[in-house]
Design a protein around this ligand. Structure first.
Ligand code: ZN
Length: 128
């Protein structure tokens, strides 16, 4: 189905699934959690334990990616805006802004503005 999305700029989020983020706005402000999913084209992310909603489901229906075998009320994490969280640096443990850097050898990473350590894309490179 066509959607009117001419105002949505494609952009790359520094945040990836598996990162720890801290919520800086909204009712869950101050909570930390792991990123479960990212929705880059909507600029949203899903964070574990943050922005919990309840969904009423019938047996067999899936709710937010979780197949419900029994019907009932299911808690799930609703997406929240990327701009409402800050990434937590794995080196210094502080919520931080990041800078994109290219390392020697051409690998891309993001760098903590506070301690200056590159991380994230470097770490992902090691997984592959
Ligand atoms: Zn840091």
């Amino acid at each position: 189905m066509l959607r009117n999305r001419h105002d949505v700029k494609p952009f790359k989020m520094a945040i990836r699934p598996g990162d720890t983020v801290v919520v800086i706005a909204g009712k869950d402000r101050g909570k930390r959690g792991q990123v479960l999913r990212t929705l880059p084209d909507r600029g949203q992310i899903v964070v574990q334990g943050v922005n919990l909603r309840k969904k009423h489901v019938k047996a067999g229906q899936s709710a937010a990616g979780t197949a419900a075998l029994q019907g009932g009320i299911v808690d799930f994490e609703a997406p929240l805006s990327y701009s409402n969280v800050m990434i937590v640096c794995p080196n210094c443990g502080e919520p931080t802004r990041v800078k994109r850097v290219v390392l020697e050898g051409g690998r891309k990473a993001i760098e903590c503005r506070k301690c200056g350590q590159p991380f994230e894309h470097l770490r992902r490179g090691e997984e592959q």
